[in-house]
Design a binder for this molecule. Sequence first.
Ligand code: PGA
Ligand code: ZN
Length: 426
Amino acid sequence: MNIKNVLAREVLDSRGNPTVEVEITLNGDIKARGISPSGASTGEKEAVELRDGDRKRYGGKGVEKAVEGIQTEVQKAIVNHKFATQKEFDQFLIGLDGTPDKSRLGANAILALSIAFARASSLANKIPLYRQLFDRERYVMPVPCMNVINGGRHADNNINFQEFMIAPHHAPSFKESIRMGEEVFHTLKDLLRKKGYATGVGDEGGFAPNLKSDEEALEIILEAIIAAGYQPGKDISICLDPATSEMWSDGKYQFFKSDKKELSSDEMIQLWESWIKQYPIILLEDGLGENDWEGWQKLTKKLASQIELVGDDIFCTNPKIIQKGIHQKIANSVLIKLNQIGTIWETLEAVSLAQQNDYHCFISHRSGETEDTTIADLVVATNAGHIKTGSGCRTERIAKFNQLLRIEEELGTKATFAGLETFKFN
Ligand code: PGA
Ligand code: ZN
C-alpha cells in the first residue's frame, strides 16, 4: 500500500464533542476514512486522547492539535511510503509517536489513521473490511447485547450502575436476534410510560428513568421481556456493566446516586452473587473496580464457573495488562475497545492473546460514538460472538447493527449465529 495523501479534520461525536477524522488516499486514488470514538467512564491506563485544552473552544475539548500533528508530521512521514501490512503501518505510527501511551500525537489521531489505513487496504484488496482484518473460511455473527437502561456516568438519573443490557441469544440469526431485542426495547418504552417514568434516553440510547432502585431496572426489563412474548433466560438473558471503577473511593464502593450507601469489595461480591441467583444474568462487566485486583481475584474464584466476567477498565485492551490478568486469574473475558489501546494491530493482538488463553472477547463501542462502523467488522473478523454497541435507537449505535445485517446477508451460509454458547466456558 503506497500512501498518496493523508488528510485530517475535526468532526463531532454523538455527544457533540470534537473528535478526529482521517482520510487516507492510496495510489490509484483509493480513498477511505476512519473516525475515533471517545469514552466517558475511561480506564486509568487507556491510551491518551490529545485534546487542545483551550477553554475558549469546545470547553477545552477541541482536537485541532491532533489534526495538525497528522497534517504536518505524520503526513511528512507516511506520504509516498509503502506499508505492506496493518502491523507495519501501526508499528510505524507507534514508533513515530514515541510515548508508551500515545500521548504525543494522541491516541485519537493514531486510531483514526489506523482505521483509515485498514479500510483503504480492504478497498485496494477488493475484500470486505472483516476479511481484511482476519481472513477465515467461516465467521460467527454476534449476539447484540443491547444497553436498554442507562445509568451511572451515562445518564443524569438516579441509577448507580451504568449499563443494563439484554442479550437476545435464542435466535437462528443476527437478523432475528436484533428483531427480538428491538421488540423488547419498544415494549420497555411502553411499560415505562405506563408506570409514569420518563422515556428519554441516555448516552448509549437506553432509557434513563428515575427508578426506585437499581434492582427495579432488572425487574422492569424482565417484565418487558415477558410482555414482548419471550422467556427470560431461555430466549433473552441479562448482561450488566455497573462500571464500578467510577464508584471506587477510599477502598469502598460508593453508591453515588440513589441509595447512598457504601459497600466493601466483599459486600459487592455478595451483591453480585445474590443478583445472579435471582435474575437470568449471564455476563458481568467491571463487577469490581480497576484498582481492586485482590477483589477481582476473589470475584473470579467465586463466579467464573457460572457467568462471563468481563474486564474493561482493569485491562484497557492492553496486551501487557491482559497478560498480567491471565497470570493472576482475573476475569474470564476481556472487553475490547479500539481506542483504549489506539491501533487496529494492537487490538487484534489483545484479542488473540485473550483467545489463546481461553478468555472470551466482548467487542465494544464507546459512549461517545460516530457513524464509523469498524467494530461491526471487528466482531465478525475475530469470531468474538458478542458485541455491545448501544441500545435499540440512535443512529451512531444502529449504524453498527445495520452493518452487521449487511455482513450476515453477504456471508450467507458462511456465517453462523453465536447464540447462548458464546457466553459459556468449557
Ligand atoms: P465509556 O463506557 O465508553 O464511557 O467508557 C463504556 C463502558 O464502560 O464499557
Ligand atoms: Zn465498561
